[in-house]
Design a protein around this ligand. Structure first.
Ligand code: HEC
Ligand code: HEC
Ligand code: HEC
Ligand code: HEC
Length: 427
């Protein structure tokens, strides 16, 4: 099956910007906040966020509702639960139907507990599913006297902060302890989930513009930082899921945490090689370590002193999973490393390191490090982002077409073809 986002991805243009620190902000995910969710209609008036055209002379575009309702897949997330495909998934799982089951609604709608009378569940993943229940901020967030901090205190979820944004997107696009597209749900017919924070933010499509004014008002990082934080947060969330769902004492752990194609590929397609990054013997089921594979290249470029330790820790986790060692201590060690990367690496990003990162990813591709489809997909999104960020995308368009082509069909993925394509990159 061709991942749908890949069909759109070639039209990407990424955001550019300058670099600042991330500030820590505590906030509940919108689905679980205490504030009442008022419904999309409360945001959609023509004088608020429902302008047909982008407004000029105002800080925000004010056509956010129109962009969301016409172009954003989140708008149809609930309708998806009414399709034949969802009916089949529900039937296979023994559910009465999908559109009334919390295990589907938790990701395909704004399934908050506290809803106003105007709230419509069939609006799908609406404004407040990302921006937070509007009960307290709806009447005050337009008031210039209110600072951004005031609005956040009144329940606006701090989405400009990439750590908080990643946590929100990943809650549905990867899963949490409370909701997950498990292998059981996938076995019933649900598609595999893939995610990269920067790419998916652009594809959504973004209903905001990161310009000088935005950077004054909000977070002022750039697409590389969004990508980096997306990788570190995905890695952290993966570690939490491993902790919560791997050591459950069941004979088979949660298989959705593994690389799907470690199991799902034809037997005639033999691809095992000695010396692969995981250090595993033939026949081992590999965890989905795509974010860690990206972090390893990132660390080799930005924090080279840490690279060897990170690689050892990754191998220790794979070993623990394959041979029954302590998964928990491997998770704890990795969590410390990822925390250090998240704290120290963003400040080291600049245009020069963007080039080094690009070269690092290409070099790893030439060595064949992206043998697993999940890692290959992340590598391709990363080189696209980096070529955009360094304004060289146009010069490399035909090469990008080639690497996208190599990952366009996950069932027909040939690692050697991707490796050869990386070999043809001209720096
Ligand atoms: C409440 C759950 C939820 C949250 C939060 C969420 N998404 Fe989604 N997203 C979905 C669902 C469900 C779909 C699939 C909708 C459909 O096609 O039915 C989706 C689809 C998408 C797509 C389209 C993918 C494709 O294959 O075309 C993009 C892009 C996307 N989301 C980006 C994001 C980003 C970026 C964030 C965070 C800012 C985010 N999402 C937050 C649930 C969520
Ligand atoms: C952990 C969150 C999560 C859960 C739980 C979940 N989904 Fe999804 N679902 C998603 C996301 C995210 C996508 C979009 C995947 C993409 O395109 O990247 C999606 C995509 C789909 C699609 C394909 C939509 C399309 O546009 O092709 C169907 C059908 C679907 N989900 C049905 C269901 C049903 C039925 C349930 C309940 C049994 C369910 N989902 C539970 C997050 C979830
Ligand atoms: C899938 C998540 C998601 C959904 C759904 C969503 N947004 Fe957003 N929105 C974002 C993200 C991410 C940003 C960028 C971060 C920020 O500026 O807070 C953003 C930014 C904005 C901004 C700020 C622009 C600026 O320049 O400061 C407005 C206004 C906005 N959204 C309105 C809406 C409205 C209205 C809806 C519903 C029609 C909506 N959003 C639905 C994720 C979402
Ligand atoms: C440890 C091996 C293993 C891993 C890893 C694994 N699966 Fe499976 N999968 C299986 C087995 C075994 C079945 C049951 C096959 C059957 O019923 O014929 C199955 C069934 C399925 C089915 C139903 C196939 C059918 O014929 O109805 C789908 C779809 C699926 N898996 C998707 C996935 C996805 C997506 C992932 C990754 C997130 C994944 N699997 C990871 C072993 C695995």
């Amino acid at each position: 099956m061709i991942p749908k986002f890949l069909m759109n991805v070639l039209r990407l243009t990424t955001l550019a910007g300058v670099i600042t620190c991330l500030s820590a902000v505590a906030a509940d995910l919108p689905q679980y906040d205490d504030n009442q969710h008022l419904g999309v209609a409360s945001c959609a008036s023509g004088v608020c966020h429902g302008s047909v055209r982008e407004r000029t002379g105002t800080a925000i575009l004010q056509n956010e509702y129109v962009v969301w309702s016409r172009q954003d897949r989140h708008r149809v997330a609930y309708q998806t639960l009414l399709t034949d495909e969802s009916r089949r998934i529900a039937r296979n799982l023994g559910l009465e139907n999908a559109h009334q089951a919390d295990i589907c609604l938790d990701c395909h709608a704004d399934n908050a507990a506290n809803r106003s009378a105007r709230f419509q569940l069939d609006d799908g993943v609406g404004c407040e599913a990302c921006h937070g229940g509007a009960e307290q901020y709806v009447s005050t967030h337009v008031d210039d006297a209110n600072s951004r901090a005031d609005n956040i205190a009144a329940g606006l979820y701090p989405l400009d902060n990439p750590v908080k944004r990643a946590e929100l997107c990943l809650s549905c696009h990867l899963g949490t302890k409370d909701k997950m597209a498990t292998h059981k749900i996938m076995g019933a017919g649900h598609p595999r989930l893939a995610f990269e924070l920067d790419t998916f933010g652009v594809l959504q499509p973004a209903h905001y513009v990161v310009d000088e004014d935005y950077r004054q008002r909000k977070w002022s990082g750039d697409s590389m930082q969004v990508w980096l934080i997306g990788q570190t947060r995905s890695a952290m969330q993966t570690l939490s899921l491993i902790e919560q769902r791997l050591d459950t004492g069941k004979r088979f752990p949660e298989l959705a945490l593994f690389d799907c194609h470690a199991c799902h590929h034809p037997m005639s397609d033999q691809r095992w090689q000695a010396g692969s990054g995981t250090g595993q013997a033939p026949g081992a089921v590999r965890l989905n370590d795509a974010n860690f594979v990206m972090l390893l290249t990132m660390v080799q470029v930005l924090m080279p002193g840490e690279a060897q330790a990170l690689h050892q820790q990754m191998k220790a986790l794979h070993n623990a999973v394959a041979s029954g060692g302590s998964v928990m201590s491997a998770v704890a060690a990795l969590r410390q490393s990822v925390t250090r990367i998240e704290t120290e690496a963003p400040a080291r990003l600049n245009i020069r390191s963007a080039n080094d990162l690009l070269n690092g990813i290409v070099a790893a591709g030439r060595e064949g490090r992206y043998r697993d489809y999940v890692a290959a997909e992340q590598a391709v999104m990363a080189v696209d982002m980096l070529l955009s960020r360094t304004k060289r995308r146009d010069d490399h368009q035909s090469w990008l077409d080639e690497v996208y082509d190599a990952v366009s069909d996950e069932d027909a993925f040939e690692p050697f073809r991707l490796r050869a394509a990386f070999g043809r990159f001209k720096s």
